[in-house]
Design a protein around this ligand. Structure first.
Ligand code: 3PG
Length: 210
């Protein structure tokens, strides 16, 4: 199943995974990502204020915002209500995937085994997050897992960094990567560093296309 929103998201090739910070900091973080050339982000639903922040960010028409860490079906409803345009989930939950289909919400489920890939394919989903990418075996794991599934495209996430980004993006099975390395300086309030790391990631992504 192809989807315009997921295509637009993955065309950036790097999806920043963003924690819920204080409101002002989250808005500054989103601006820094845009300044660096990545007008997309996945807000992880791991804090009380994450949905509220998602709603604030979703009001920005120049930003493509989704919800991450969606692990229960009711969170799909909440994410849609808050303005999320896509959902990322760390595993393959039939209840979450069915709810996404019912609501027309694009979803990238997480997989780390062939059985999970097959389960996602049974739901008609072919763009899958390899999670946790580095801890489950990194590049070698991705190549081995991709081999039996030529129709699947992966979004490795978890342990992706400025150092290994290009190696992942050069793999034909990799559609995009997700990661938080460019966001980390925001925890110290250094939004200029966020913009710089983001711009560097964008530049590596452009280089990996050649
Ligand atoms: C997460 O679990 O928050 C995401 O997979 C991001 O992982 P990372 O912080 O290793 O980039």
């Amino acid at each position: 199943m192809s989807n315009e929103t997921l295509e637009a998201l993955c065309a950036h090739r790097v999806i920043p995974v963003v924690p819920a910070l204080a409101s002002e900091d989250t808005l500054a973080l989103a601006s820094a990502l845009k300044d660096g050339g990545l007008p997309v982000l996945e807000m992880t639903l791991r804090s009380e204020n994450a949905l509220e922040l998602l709603r604030a960010l979703a009001g920005d028409v120049d930003l493509l915002v989704g919800a991450g860490t969606v692990i229960r079906p009711e969170q799909v409803d909440q994410a849609l209500d808050a303005g999320a345009r896509f959902v990322v989930t760390p595993g393959v939950s039939p209840a979450v995937l069915v709810r996404c289909r019912e609501l027309g919400m694009p979803v990238i489920p997480g997989v780390a085994t062939a059985t999970e890939v097959i389960a996602a394919l049974d739901h008609g989903i072919q763009v899958l997050k390899l999670f946790p990418a580095e801890a489950s075996g990194g590049i070698a794991m991705l190549k081995a897992l991709a081999a039996p599934f030529p129709e699947v495209r992966f979004v490795p996430t978890g342990g992706v960094s400025a150092e290994n980004l290009e190696s992942y993006l050069r793999l034909p099975a990799v559609k995009a990567v997700g990661g938080s390395w460019m966001v980390a300086p925001a925890l110290q309030g250094d939004f200029a560093a966020v913009a710089r790391l983001t711009a560097e990631a964008v530049s590596v992504a452009a280089e990996a296309r050649r």
